[in-house]
Ligand binder design. Sequence first.
Ligand code: IVH
Length: 698
Amino acid sequence: MQGSPCFPLSLAKGGGEKGGEGFGDRAMIDTGIKERVERLREEINRHIHLYYVLDQPEIGDALFDQLMVELKGLEGLYPELITPDSPTQRVGAAPAAQFAEIEHPVPLLSLANAFSDEELVAWHRRASNLLDGAAFDMVCELKMDGLAVALTYEQGVLVHGATRGDGFRGEDVTQNLRTIRSIPLSVPKEAPQRFEVRGEVYFPRSLFARLNEERVAEGQPPFANPRNSAAGSLRQLDPRATARRPLDIFVYGLGYAEGSGVPDNQWDTLEYLKALGFKVNPQNALCHSLEEVVDYYRRWRERREELDYDADGVVVKVNPFSFQRHLDVVGREPRWAVAYKFPATQAITRLLGIGINVGRTGSLNPYAIMEPVNIGGATVKTATLHNEDDIRRKDLRVGDWVVVERAGEVIPQVVAPVVSRRTGEERPFAMPDRCPVCRTAVVRPPGEVMTRCPNTACPAQLLELLKHFVSRGGMDIEGMGEKLCAALLNAGLVKDVADVYYLTKEDLLKLERMADKSATNIINAIEKSKSRPLARVIFALGILHVGSEMAELLASRYRSIEGLSHASEEELMEIPTVGPRIAQSIVAYFQDEGNLQSIQRLRGAGIRLEEEGAPRREGELPLAGKRFVVTGRLAGLSRSQAEARIKELGGSVGSSVGRSTHYLVTGEDPGSKLEQARKLDVTLLSEKEFLQMVGRSY
Ligand code: IVH
């Protein structure tokens, strides 16, 4: 609900020419109109309060706009009815040349900080001692990281709004504060004659990224954080510019109040301010013990990401004002309050360079290399930069001072450059035109955000692919981490993901620092992974744009890799969530000779490439449905090589000859299996015949 800024068109009341002759006699304004104007104002203010303060709108934008149009129309016809607190007057003032200075009648204080439970306890003990051991309640409020302001009301109307400045003198930003709809322009008659409300103006986090995108698109530097954008928005000389920003406020106290009926403690003051129509943080809490305070702090330390504003700690205030007066202020910090800070999530450091990682699908992933900086107890020296467009959107340049954020378990992010610290030496970033690992010319298909290395044999891609292949969501081979993957590639033991299934314990023992026990465990884990469901195998292959959900979908639809490999783009696009990008990528994957070979070898190693119970389509592969047994010593290949080849071609291998056996491959010294085969009329194959059948000479 933004309220229509345009001037009304026509009105129910006849005439319509503003200030025209027919309305010359001002004394003649009929009381009905005056009353209607007042009623409209009341009604509009009520809806503004419901929407912007209580977050409980009763009507939609259209109805609201209708009321505004009517009020603006009447005020246009009868300008003498306009009052400064009319909702039409929020964005009225002309741009200022500069802000006037305002002296605060009562200084705006700072807060002492606590960074640990011990420091909080020390603060509490000191206050208790000064109060001769008297018990007291405490109010916990989230410490919003915005901009402190003081709002002065006289005879029920907002007359001044000032920034904190140095605490003694601030800037007069009244016209800009008036544009914030959660700040009432007038308050009920019961309010004190003259009083000052204090609060924190903030810029909602949910809208911050969008603001920065717009700024960079317009060639303006992005804001480093929501706090800076609140400050920048409030300090616009033209109130219309402020009005376009979605600023908001929470009030947290009274600076002074002349008049009676004002509460004598902090908790009731918050309730009182709410009743006067101010926006008070609903998360405030009254605590009766230090334990409750610590609980509150811990809860919000964990949950602060859920808030739509930055909160950098909890302000703990002694509740009774009589106690506050007794505790008093030392320097500029009151002893009756403390800010128990959350661990930092942001820090400023230098962007030393932008590195590139080559991902599994060949994407060139830029990352920030920074001067190491401590954020909330952890040292951060790299952060993700997503892609080229993101770097451009944030206008990051190598050499910039940057704001880095690390929140919870999330990978550190570079939020924005600190533009004011630029020297002119900073260099904009450009994506390299060759893959940094294999030097192949990179491509960025139209409409895609990622630049890619098209060389599927790129060693960097292979490492990422292998890591992905063995990862938890893929074949889930326990014990095969990044280091082992890299070592296997470096040793040349794995050149393709399928090679994992041909590794022997002896191979593994060739690696440095590989103990016998670990090698056995890994071989067992590899064996165990052979029976992963089809969806996991499809995901593990690392087909571009095919994530785990898509893999599930494809597995249930096609029920085998074989089936999926024959799907056309058109057919794939019949699946609701498959668009041309995904379809093309799948088809391209199965057209690649290397990929097909890899799949054959997976099949050969006994990986399940069908959904359990999937009907086999006869004739799919030359040996489909045929069961083999291999016996005796073969001259040109090992038994396991022969068995792998049979499986590659769709056949199955048994250990004993039975009625279901089709072929017995016989080497030297065949033993009893030959007898059995003869009895059951099983076709016998010599090594030579077998090699002719499977079409490969070893
Ligand atoms: S009380 C002595 N309450 O924190 C009392 N301040 O260092 C001083 N702030 O910029 C203020 N949320 O605007 C108080 N709930 C809260 C607050 C709060 C944020 C800011 C305040 C000032 C700074 C005080």
